[in-house]
Design a protein around this ligand. Structure first.
Ligand SMILES: [Zn+2]
Ligand SMILES: [Zn+2]
Length: 340
């Protein structure tokens, strides 16, 4: 491996610092559940920060419960495929997507309520660029999110609710196992994280990338509509995590939570901001810096720190300048190996 000179090192560090307007406290932690020795207090703090304070998971759980009680056909109804209940699901998902991505876009980018506070990458979203459908980043992102993303999200729900109703997928009731019923909620983001790493890493393979994943990476900088802006084939792969419930029994409310988590946190994690700044404090965590780094550099952070596969497989960028230097050194070694 070639050794970088000290001037090379300092220019990497300087460039890295200049590229980011706001960086959260680094190094960014990984889930202590996957670190040895186990630290029960740290694990407790990790999950408490995600489940016991106002945040995405609480909102999603609330939305899943509201949907289940008032906006979801019964399994009796989903036994037979019918345009009536499929349309209910589709319209509900469409409105949820517009409310979340549209609301965040208006807040951060149209009304600029937060200015540049907590913004990772200060560059404007692209108003005119040939690479984008309709020549505009936001219109491109809205089109792929709404036309393909919401459709695929709904089709997977149709499949699983129909399968549950007809006995092809197992159904969990509260009375069967209340503890498991509750635990399945915090387990869901971990299942999603593991699945995301595996499929995302696969989509970066040179033969797959240009067909399936390049469309998402039109977004070198991101906004709330970028998260679910994907090629239809990527949507098919991305949402396939739900198929795990053909094996692991779940209640329909878990399915709603899982699918909303996939679709809606795609938007919140791509806001480009680290959170909602209210009164000078980050009151509601949003964008994830590791994934923002992935959009800029491509060859790191294929997953997220919930199940830290990147850490295990040596592709984790923890947000520090040192991690940037290590990434550059890896690239140089790879280029040298390919050249020799
Ligand atoms: Zn992304
Ligand atoms: Zn990617």
């Amino acid at each position: 491996m070639s050794t970088p000179s000290s001037s090379q090192q300092s220019s990497t560090r300087d460039r890295f610092a200049q590229q980011w307007h706001y960086r959260p406290e680094t190094p960014i932690d990984i889930n202590p559940l996957f670190q040895w020795p186990l630290r029960p207090l740290a694990i407790g703090r990790w999950f408490a920060a995600r489940w016991l304070v106002p945040g995405e998971n609480m909102v999603l759980l609330g939305l899943a419960l509201i949907s289940w009680f008032w906006l979801q056909p019964s399994l009796e109804t989903t036994k037979v495929l019918s345009i009536d209940w499929i349309a209910t699901l589709y319209i509900r998902n469409l409105l949820l997507m517009i409310a979340v991505a549209g609301g965040l876009h208006l807040y951060f980018y149209t009304w600029k309520k937060q200015g540049q506070r907590l913004r990772h990458d200060p560059r404007e979203l692209v108003k005119s660029g040939k690479v984008f459908t309709f020549g505009n980043q936001v219109r491109d992102n809205m089109f792929w999110t709404l036309a393909s993303g919401v459709t695929c999200w709904t089709l997977y729900e149709v499949l699983i609710f129909w399968a549950m109703a007809n006995g092809y997928a197992p159904v969990l009731q509260w009375a069967n196992n209340p503890l498991w019923f509750v635990l399945l909620f915090p387990l869901t983001p971990l299942i999603i994280s593991l699945h995301f790493y595996l499929v995302h890493r696969w989509m970066h393979r040179p033969k797959i990338y240009p067909i399936v994943h390049k469309l998402h990476h039109r977004n070198n900088n991101v906004g709330p509509w970028s998260g679910l802006s994907m090629h239809p084939l990527e949507h098919l792969v991305f949402f396939s995590s739900i198929l795990v419930h053909f094996i692991i029994s779940a209640h329909p409310v878990h399915i709603l939570f899982h699918m909303m988590h996939q679709a809606l946190t795609a938007s919140t994690s791509h806001t480009g901001y680290n959170g909602l700044d209210i009164g000078g404090k980050n009151r509601f965590a949003l964008g994830t810096f590791p994934h923002q780094l992935h959009h800029r550099y491509l060859d790191c952070n294929y997953g997220n720190p919930e199940v830290p596969c990147d850490y295990l497989f040596g592709t984790y960028h923890d947000g520090t300048a040192t991690a940037m230097e290590q990434l550059q050194a890896k690239r140089r070694a790879k280029a040298q190996a390919q050249g020799s």
